[in-house]
Design a protein. Structure first.
Length: 251
């Protein structure tokens, strides 16, 4: 009897030209290190399939990108899915994230621990033990993970759209509420494994510390908004080189 082949691939959700352009650029960086892994873009925008993607899936616009993003997860065509926010740069192969899914339902990294306020953000530690970042994660199409995603979607869809923004009552907020406050994952037997954000989800606020600790070159997935226009990107690169020559922090 033939053993069923597990399908693996990458999923992006993007809405609006800026984020679709980001996803195209990100997919290009992923493809550089993974020649044979299919990449799918899910979007509510009626666009032609960009060449960087193997497929594009058009879904209904739910009126709020956080809600539409979470709802898109059920449309993944893969048994093992690596979800990447559009603002990611893949620096090396991360195929090992798929292998975790042979034993776990979910692979994810913690948020960086910072003191957050409107005036400034101060780095405290690499890991916030009570919060995961939902911009990069891998998940299986197991019944338990499907149940978790469906409950996550339900919570997000019930949220008042007028108060949803990054960091506040968004998809990430409800994801962490489910896991930490409600212990929903534990109740249904969700198998979760944490991977280091320093390597697989490097957000801007931990980058200076990584340079100090001489771990910057260990980053595999860089996660922050970047310039997709090649001319502007070149100017930005020149500015960072100038800052390094002058001895200033380029971040």
């Amino acid at each position: 009897m033939n053993k069923r082949i597990i399908t693996r691939g990458v999923l992006y959700f993007a809405q609006g030209k800026r984020f679709i352009d980001e996803a195209i650029f990100s997919a290009r960086t992923f493809r550089r290190h993974h020649k044979n892994v299919p990449i799918v873009l899910i979007t509510p925008d009626n666009i032609r399939k960009p060449s960087q993607f193997d497929d594009i899936i058009i879904i209904p616009d739910l009126g709020n990108p956080f809600k539409t993003k979470v709802s898109s997860l059920t449309r993944s065509p893969f048994d093992h899915t690596l979800f990447l926010d559009s603002d990611t740069i893949i620096k090396e192969s991360v195929y090992e994230l798929f292998d975790f899914l042979l034993n776990y339902d979910l692979v994810i990294a913690n948020r960086v621990l910072c003191e957050w306020n409107e005036a400034y953000t101060r780095f405290i530690d690499y890991v916030d033990p009570d919060c995961y970042n939902t911009g990069v994660f891998a998940f299986s199409k197991s019944p338990i993970m499907t149940a978790f995603i469906n409950e996550w979607i339900k919570r997000v869809l019930e949220e008042d759209s007028s108060r949803m923004r990054s960091g506040y009552f968004c998809d990430q907020h409800h994801f962490n509420e489910l896991l930490f406050k409600d212990q929903f994952g534990k109740k249904i037997g969700l198998k979760l494994v944490e991977v280091p954000n320093k390597k697989y989800n490097a957000r801007p606020h931990l980058l200076p510390q990584l340079k100090i600790d001489k771990e910057f070159d260990e980053i595999k997935i860089l996660h922050h908004h970047f310039e997709t226009n090649p001319i502007k990107r070149l100017r930005g690169f020149a500015g960072r080189i100038k800052a390094r020559v002058l001895g200033k922090n380029s971040y």
